[in-house]
Ligand binder design. Structure first.
Ligand SMILES: CC(=O)N[C@H]1[C@@H](OP(=O)(O)OP(=O)(O)OC[C@H]2O[C@@H](n3ccc(=O)[nH]c3=O)[C@H](O)[C@@H]2O)O[C@H](CO)[C@@H](O)[C@@H]1O
Length: 372
């Protein structure tokens, strides 16, 4: 007998996969569904943030970039992951599986598909990730975060529905809260983040750029910066040397509050970062991680730039001198920041979690049961 109310979410273990999963899971739990997350070992660190959700870890890894020997080891691990997933799916009897991409999704979706369970994929990026490319033909619906999405096979394009990338409720809540207004002489808070891992390039680039700005402008800046653990002291010392007030941390667990206070963001262009910036309506300088798979972060950033919500700055051309001039111009022209902020907000999709949940429930015929 199938339990009509169990929904399995499958996701890799990065912040970029976890936060959209959390946003959807919270909504489904609030609507009375039993939600089970299947993830890889990296996802275990998020377990505490999901008190109402059962979390299972399966063996999984990426094999695309490995040498032949490691590929064989990786494939063996995936095979064991597949057996784990088959056992879990047969025990859980889910009504549907929604997969957010990442290593753990391939075994989970294949195991579910073998039993004829409806599959929905969610793709966070403007270029589909490897697992979603592979799994597209198994899905009934491919929910996307960007209007244009590359690398989904032509025969599966009809399954695509644009919903956006779900963001946490605390971030949706700041959509209507502006940061302290920027005035020509007042303080400007700049939030610098590098995604789940942090970005080494910002550790030197940003203090060096601020050091080159005219003092009367740079003295208005307050920095909140994520830095890698081994670079934190160096970053703090660099800001201290130029008299800039800086709050530096390896990872901010209070991102909604940080985002709320920020007048300007300097960040990578991972999918969750962009979804959060635009839902919150914060202007951003976007420096895509150059080694992201298929350069998907550049494709993500292009879409936000085209909407007017951010400026795309390729890392290869980004010098402290260029950034110093750009920051000086932006701080002198608060109208441009306020235009970018409105454009970002107009582009944001605060209802993504709800829309995704509705699609999921309509696929399984339970759409009337969603809590609003
Ligand atoms: C290097 C790489 O390939 N990264 C990929 C990874 O992103 P990755 O997980 O690095 O980046 P995302 O921008 O998608 O997500 C980062 C998340 O971490 C949160 N955060 C960040 C810093 C901090 O101090 N505190 C905090 O809470 C952000 O608010 C955000 O929710 O998966 C994403 C989703 O598939 C992709 O778009 C990214 O390209």
């Amino acid at each position: 007998m199938i339990d009509k109310r169990t929904i399995v979410l499958a996701a890799g273990g990065t912040g970029g996969h976890f936060y959209p999963t959390q946003a959807l899971a919270e909504l489904l739990v609030a609507s009375g569904y039993r939600v089970v997350l299947i993830t890889d070992t990296r996802g275990y660190s998020f377990k505490e943030s999901l008190p109402d959700i059962e979390v299972y870890i399966i063996k999984a890894c990426g094999i695309a970039k490995l040498s032949i020997i490691k590929k064989i080891k990786g494939a063996t691990k995936l095979l064991f992951g597949y057996f784990d997933a088959c056992r879990l799916i047969s025990e859980l009897h889910p009504t549907a599986v929604l997969s957010f991409g990442g290593y753990a999704c391939v075994p989970t979706v294949l195991a579910a598909s073998r039993r004829g369970i409806p599959i929905i994929l969610h793709e966070q990026n403007a270029i589909a990730g490897r697992s979603n490319q592979l799994l597209a033909k198994k899905a009934s619906i491919i929910a996307t975060s960007f209007e244009r999405i590359e690398k989904i096979h032509e025969q599966d394009q009809y399954k695509i529905i644009l919903v956006g990338n779900p963001v946490r409720a605390e971030i949706r809540a700041i959509r209507t809260m502006d940061p302290p207004p920027l005035t020509p002489d007042g303080p400007c808070e700049i939030l610098v983040t590098g995604g789940s891992q942090g970005a080494s390039i910002f550790a030197k680039l940003i203090p060096d750029a601020i050091a080159l700005m005219p003092k009367r402008i740079s003295s208005r800046i307050r920095i909140v910066q994520q830095a890698r653990l081994n670079e934190i002291n160096q970053v703090i010392a660099a800001y201290r040397k130029i008299g800039i007030n800086a709050d530096v941390s390896q990872f901010f667990n209070d991102m909604p509050q940080r985002l709320r206070a920020a007048n300007l963001l300097i960040c990578r262009s991972g999918a969750s970062t962009l979804a959060e910036n635009t839902v919150a309506g914060r202007p951003a300088l976007l420096v895509p991680y150059p080694n992201s798979v298929d350069d998907h972060q550049t494709a993500n950033a292009r879409a936000v730039e085209a909407a007017g919500g951010g400026m795309l700055l390729p890392q290869a051309n980004l010098t402290p001198k260029y950034l110093a001039q750009l920051l000086t111009d932006l701080l002198n022209n608060t109208k441009q920041l306020s235009y970018m902020s409105s454009a970002a907000r107009a582009y944001g999709r605060p209802n993504a979690a709800k829309d995704l949940a509705s699609i999921l429930l309509s696929v399984i015929g339970l759409d009337k049961n969603l809590s609003t």
